[in-house]
Design a protein around this ligand. Structure first.
Ligand SMILES: [Zn+2]
Length: 140
């Protein structure tokens, strides 16, 4: 059984409040299905560990470390990156941010969406972890 629900660090408390103000889609089940497919040979590991060089560079420089081991190589902690997309974001569209900043931006821009991606800096595993959408009443 996967070890989920580990205690979050104190600095994510603010993130928690912002999270609740946004609509959340959790991609854990999709990730488990993908990993299961790899275990039984329906997918190759290289297919799973295909992080784009740009994503790897961002993971190295601004990735926020988690306590979760990489589900593929198990040899390094995963890091999280966040991207925000929205019509009103203009040049900031699709840039990489810290989780807290990305969630604040999403909350401040109704209709935008924040995507949190997990990355292993060792084997290049990457997967969408959560998506947050800013509803009209989310700000404030
Ligand atoms: Zn890995």
């Amino acid at each position: 059984m996967a070890g989920t629900g580990a205690a979050r660090r104190g600095r994510t408390r603010l993130v928690g409040a912002t999270r609740r103000a946004l609509g959340v889609v959790d991609y854990t089940l999709a990730k488990r299905a993908l990993l299961r497919d790899a275990r039984i040979g329906l997918r190759s590991v290289t297919e799973l560990c295909d992080a784009h060089p740009e994503l790897m560079r961002a993971a190295r420089h601004v990735g926020e470390e988690t306590r979760s081991d990489c589900p593929v190589c198990g040899r390094e902690k995963l890091v999280l990156l966040a991207y925000v997309y929205g019509d009103t974001l203009k040049r900031e569209n699709g840039r990489v941010w810290s989780i807290a900043t990305a969630l604040r931006m999403a909350a401040a821009h109704p209709g935008s969406c924040c995507y949190v991606v997990e990355v292993c800096r060792r084997c290049s595993w990457n997967h969408l972890r959560e998506a947050y959408s800013a509803r009209r009443a989310a700000a404030g």
